[in-house]
Design a protein around this ligand. Structure first.
Ligand code: GLA
Ligand code: ZN
Length: 681
């Protein structure tokens, strides 16, 4: 919290990286390993099986706190030392975790204030995990103490090559300690109470504050809570977790020489502004749990992976967790097929990951995750699942040439956490317009066309992008608006989705015809948000074909742009889609509605064509369900369909995975993938 001013989204700097590890070990392949659930005989078998499976990195100790410190200040680390010795003897590198995600029962019993409190005032109990209050000084000190003890004991252990701080930071607590920390954060953000009162608009409903101590986290209240208070509490919560992370990271960095330090992100996770976290980790690491029953799983995973590459500033990142099959938090688990397991892992590698890891190594026999799939299932290694794991470990070795290689993208998709939070505060015009739905809808046609996309923050460096798309950027501050406008001013193409440019950084609505900061750019402007009836509303378009828009409309007027599509009915004559070509040669689009996906595909196709952007394999469409990504000199083609697909590809290519050569076309089996390098004729 101290190191980043509260109002700034730091520029994404390339992470320090884990290149020394991957240059030695090649692509990382591994998993969480929880040896404390097993006997020593099993540990020995585990290491042998890991070696056979090609595992070269395991994350150890994530949930080991109670065993490492059975009583406050009494450490028992010998067993972990034995585990590290065994792993090292087996040639397996260790990502050693600090165990702060799950404090022991003794802590919550002795110091109840270490347990988080919900918005309803309920203090959470131990007996699960993640029950801590991130502002509790006792909890923070004890977390540092156990982390320090681990560093003292193991920082120089040759197995330890990476540090994993906590796990999946994502807690929210409404207790009085968090309230006090929130007040401190607000003082740093606003300086004076006058400024806070202005930003929060506290003249509304008599909410004015006359003393900092009157300010509380949003808690159970009779009716709607101040939206800027809620927005700031979300910003604070992310920063508070980040402060917890950085204090442990700094301790680890001081005590260890050079090992990289990270924690595991959770994709588009609602509780953390990862733009503010990105430069604080040495390697961007992510947990992505593709759902085999969801036909959208490939596109969702791809989007999350492209976010990780964006957070890494283009540098390689690490898929820290995925499931090889079932997870306990889905109601009904279709097993992953071997093809899906392989595709999900290769998708991450294709999109810039230098490693593919799973949760977890051996399937637990007890505890809440005993039905969570693992690399060694209950039935043991003589299983289809484990054979898949081994085969995949072997094939990853054939992909080592992609280590460090980049994915070059000329398209940026803009995403911002504050904007997401503010857009979905209660009491907007419609709860049906959802930011993530819009993100997927605008990303999908690019993904289908095999066009590489980086996910960027609105303040990020947009210089290298010819097409910049902001699917639903509700909140845009002035510098970010200038940044986005710059795309068009230098001849690029900007596409803005509905309900964009609505609010400022305080979530105050910008006054005037919307989108206020962009109306001149898109050649039209609006005056009323008009969520649509369930039946939708017909839209006429000579260019796109007539269609029925759903969910969302806006009463827009044409100024000096073009109406690419125009509403009928209640919004008769109002443009639904605006476009304006600028003198620079650049172009701006504003889509003031939710068109059917096929129409949005056409819009994005036109915008890409204007920007001169084509897919990895050229302008033509890819076969359905086929994904194409160029990473360095390797072309990945992934086929998620249950049927064969043929992809036309001029020239001779060799598949690194199978050594098969293709001339002019590639035959992809059902749920199959190739990693091709061009052969000189
Ligand atoms: C998360 C956690 C793991 C495990 C898995 C289960 O990713 O980090 O500890 O609980 O979920 O899917
Ligand atoms: Zn708290």
């Amino acid at each position: 919290m101290d190191q980043i001013p509260t109002h700034v989204t730091p520029r994404v700097e390339p992470t320090r990286g884990f290149g020394s590890l991957t240059s030695e070990l090649g692509l990382l392949y591994g998993c969480d390993y929880n040896p404390e659930q097993w006997s020593r005989e099993v540990w020995v078998e585990d290491v042998a099986l890991m070696r056979a499976a090609g595992v070269n990195l395991v994350t150890v100790g994530v949930f080991s706190w109670a065993l490492l410190e059975p009583q406050p200040g009494e450490f028992d680390m010998d067993w972990l030392g034995d585990v590290l010795d065994l792993l090292h003897a087996g040639g397996i590198a260790v990502d050693l975790a600090t165990p702060s995600a799950s404090p022991p029962a003794w802590m919550g019993v002795r110091w109840p204030e270490t347990r988080a409190v919900t918005a309803d005032g309920v203090r959470l109990s131990h007996g699960s995990r993640n029950h801590f209050c991130p502002s509790s000084s006792v909890y923070r000190e004890r977390s540092l103490a156990i982390a320090g003890a681990l560093v003292d004991r193991f920082a120089s252990h040759p197995a330890v090559r990476m540090w994993h701080i906590g796990n999946e930071f994502g807690q929210v607590c409404h207790c009085d300690q968090c309230g006090a920390a929130f007040q401190t954060w607000l003082r740093a953000r606003y300086g004076t109470l006058d400024e806070l009162n202005r930003a929060w608009g506290t003249t509304f409903w008599s909410q004015c504050y006359f003393d900092w101590t009157e300010i509380i986290p949003p808690r159970a209240a009779p009716y709607l809570v101040n939206p800027t208070q809620t927005l700031d509490f979300r910003r604070f919560t992310s920063d508070q977790l980040l402060a917890m992370y950085t204090e442990q990271r700094d301790l680890v960095r001081t005590g260890s020489s050079g090992a990289c330090v990270t924690t595991n992100f959770m994709g588009f996770h609602h509780l953390n502004d990862y733009w503010r976290w990105a430069s604080e980790v040495d390697v961007i690491a992510d947990d992505t749990y593709g759902d085999p029953a969801d036909s959208d799983s490939p596109v969702r995973q791809a989007l999350a992976h492209d976010l990780m590459r964006g957070l890494a500033g283009g540098a390689p990142w690490l898929l820290m967790e995925q499931a090889v099959s079932a997870v306990p938090w889905r109601g009904h688990n279709l097993p992953k097929t071997p093809g899906q397991t392989r595709l999900d892992s290769l998708r991450a590698i294709a999109r810039g990951a230098d490693g593919s890891c799973f949760f977890q190594w051996r399937q637990s026999a007890f505890g809440s995750e005993r039905f969570h799939s693992a690399l060694v299932p209950h039935a043991g290694p003589d299983t289809r699942l484990h054979r898949t794991v081994r085969a995949h470990g072997a094939e990853l070795r054939r992909l080592d040439r992609v280590v460090g290689a980049r994915v070059a993208a000329r398209v940026a998709l803009v995403f911002d956490w504050s904007s997401w939070w503010a857009a979905e505060e209660p009491a907007g015009p419609s709860t049906r317009l959802r930011v993530m739905d819009q993100m997927i809808a605008y990303y999908r046609p690019l993904w289908r066309a095999g066009i590489a996309v980086d996910i960027v923050s609105p303040g990020g460096d947009l210089a290298g992008y010819d097409l910049v798309v902001a699917p639903q950027l509700f909140l845009v501050d002035d510098p970010d608006a200038r940044n986005l406008r710059g795309v068009v001013e230098r001849g690029g193409v900007l596409v803005l989705g509905p309900f964009s440019g609505v609010a400022d950084a305080d979530a105050h609505i910008r006054l005037g015809r919307f989108p206020v900061q962009f109306a001149d750019l898109v050649g039209g402007s609006g005056e009323e948000y008009c969520p649509l009836p369930d039946a939708g509303l017909r839209v006429r378009s000579a260019e796109l074909g007539d269609f029925t828009a759903t969910v969302w409309g806006e009463r827009l007027r044409l100024d000096d742009g073009e109406a690419v599509a125009t509403f009928t009915g209640d919004l008769d004559g109002s443009p639904a889609v605006l476009r304006r070509r600028a003198a620079s040669g650049g172009e701006a689009w504003y889509v003031g509605t939710v068109p059917p996906q096929s129409v949005l595909d056409a819009i994005m196709g036109r915008a890409a064509a204007s920007a001169g952007v084509v897919g990895t394999l050229g302008p033509g469409p890819l076969p359905d369900d086929v994904e194409a990504v160029q990473r360095g000199d390797v072309l990945f083609l992934l086929n998620a369909a249950d049927e064969e697909r043929v992809v036309a590809l001029p020239g001779v290519h060799r598949d690194l995975l199978t050594a098969v050569r293709y001339n002019g076309a590639v035959l992809l089996g059902p749920q199959d993938a190739v990693a091709l390098v061009a052969e000189t004729a």
